[in-house]
Design a protein around this ligand. Sequence first.
Ligand code: FMN
Length: 193
Amino acid sequence: MKVLGIMGSARPDGNTNDLLDVALAAAAAAGAQVEKIMLTDHRVEHIENCRTCVERGRCVHEADDFTSLMAKVYAADAILFASPVYWYSIAGRLKVFLDRWSCEYYRDSYEAFAAKLRPKAMGVITVQEETGVEQARHLIGALEKTVGFARATYLGYVLGPGGKRGSAKANPEAVAAAHDLGRRAATHVPAAN
Ligand SMILES: Cc1cc2nc3c(=O)[nH]c(=O)nc-3n(C[C@H](O)[C@H](O)[C@H](O)COP(=O)(O)O)c2cc1C
């Protein structure tokens, strides 16, 4: 069982990363092999929506890190998307990475793409400075829809407090929810295609 965290915050030592680490540690304790992608450490170009891959079989951005990161996505049994609320939505780094997922099904087909993702479980970790789930509604909703588009199993979301570094890990409820999400990711039984 492989659990992959995808960390989309600008701060590698921020609250998003702290909660993701809690979830990944819980997954490891439950017996999973865990890995984390720090999107700050990688170059992922914006999608061009050029469909060049359909004509030439190659992406115009083949020199960036997208293909190697996507290989990790396909190899994982469970994926935890971690992003702070930025302007009531998904942080740009994660959004740019997800936009490129479209190239995968343009190049192949939606059916081929969904067949690779459908057995997986996917969950969401987010933090915000304001209070109330309403502020995070678009981020959570977009990622929940993305999981549905992939036909994967949705594990739910964790919403913790953000702002000052350390706020989320000082919040017992957020830590417990992240721990539970990680444990459930590790014990997911892959769905049959
Ligand atoms: C560009 C940007 C946009 C933000 N937009 C929101 C927002 O719309 N609502 C909110 O509650 N907090 C917002 N915040 C606050 C962050 O969600 C908060 O600082 C969070 O802790 C950042 O994640 P991190 O701790 O992982 O760095 C924003 C922060 C930044 C940098």
